[in-house]
Design a binder for this molecule. Structure first.
Ligand SMILES: C[S@@+](CC[C@H](N)C(=O)[O-])C[C@H]1O[C@@H](n2cnc3c(N)ncnc32)[C@H](O)[C@@H]1O
Length: 274
């Protein structure tokens, strides 16, 4: 365990921001420090200065740093009761007034959330009515998502979640096992658009009926959560839905009064004001 000073972390974030455009300035300090510590241990750096030097001389290394700093943990059908709510209430509600639906998965990690949505839509028989866009800051995790393969050791938990979601088939129907991986049926994700997008530095790029940004802002400080929530609000059509992670909340943020709570347990909100 290294004793990392705040001034070291500031030097690192400033350098990465100036040279590569990634801005970690407002990431929550304690988890950010833990992640930097992990990088020092993983690559045998003796200090943050060492790490900074390496990033300077080897620009490609910054992608590994980004991959280590961001937490990519995800599951298919994570929080199954939430997915039931999406299937049984949210999507049917949107379809009352729309022939097609635009969905944005912001911070999609290796894609499990998007794969779950694709399966849910297929089981509802409405895949052709929904356009899915999935974005993440981290290039290497996004490349994994595009391959739509999941280590087979993760499938036991995914299967458990799917059963609790009360899907209409068996999860094994949607993938083939190959070299220790579950390879998803390509037809499931052929219409998903995976793109790099930075919630901190990036702008508004489309309008959506449903935005999922789950377990992403938990790593941001309050100021950054406010800024990002403004962008998510702007990216929604009026009466569109915003869904965040189970441990996250809108209550304290500046734009809270522009949403109503649809389901407090599942952290589902509806935009009611521009
Ligand atoms: C814990 S995962 C959440 C995955 C999925 N949404 C879920 O709930 O299972 C958090 C993701 O947010 C991404 N992320 C972190 N900072 C980001 C940023 N500034 N812009 C876009 N994505 C970001 C990370 O790369 C990571 O893949």
């Amino acid at each position: 365990m290294h004793n990392i000073e705040i001034t070291d972390l500031k030097k690192l974030t400033q350098m990465v921001k100036d040279a590569y455009g990634y801005d970690f300035t407002n990431y929550a300090m304690s988890s950010f420090r833990r992640r930097v510590n992990r990088i020092l241990e993983l690559y045998n750096f003796t200090s943050v200065s060492n790490l900074i030097d390496k990033i300077k001389v080897q620009p490609a290394f910054v992608e590994e740093v980004v991959n280590e700093i961001t937490v990519n943990v995800t599951e298919m059908f994570r929080d199954p009761s939430f997915w039931r709510e999406v299937r049984d209430h949210i999507i049917p509600n949107i379809l009352l007034n729309h022939k097609s639906i635009n969905v944005w998965h912001a911070g999609c990690s290796s894609g499990e959330e998007v794969f779950s949505m694709a399966i849910l839509l297929r089981e509802m028989g409405i895949s052709d009515k929904v356009k899915l866009i999935a974005t993440d800051l981290d290039n290497s995790i996004l490349n994994k998502a595009k391959k739509a393969t999941i280590p087979i050791k993760n499938m036991e938990l995914n299967e458990k979640n799917y059963i609790r979601f009360q899907g209409s088939a068996s999860l094994s129907k949607y993938y083939k096992e190959q070299n220790g991986h579950a390879v998803l049926n390509p037809a499931l994700v052929e219409n998903v658009s995976f793109r790099k997008h930075d919630l901190v530095q990036g702008g508004i790029f489309n309008k959506f009926d449903l935005v999922l940004c789950r377990n992403v802002m938990i790593y941001f400080n309050q100021n950054l959560q406010n800024d990002v929530l403004k962008k998510l609000h702007e990216s929604l059509f009026k009466y569109g839905y915003l869904i965040i992670g189970s441990k996250e909340s809108l209550i304290w943020c500046e734009i809270a009064n522009k949403f109503i709570v649809v389901n407090n347990e599942e952290k589902i909100y509806k935009k009611i004001r521009e």
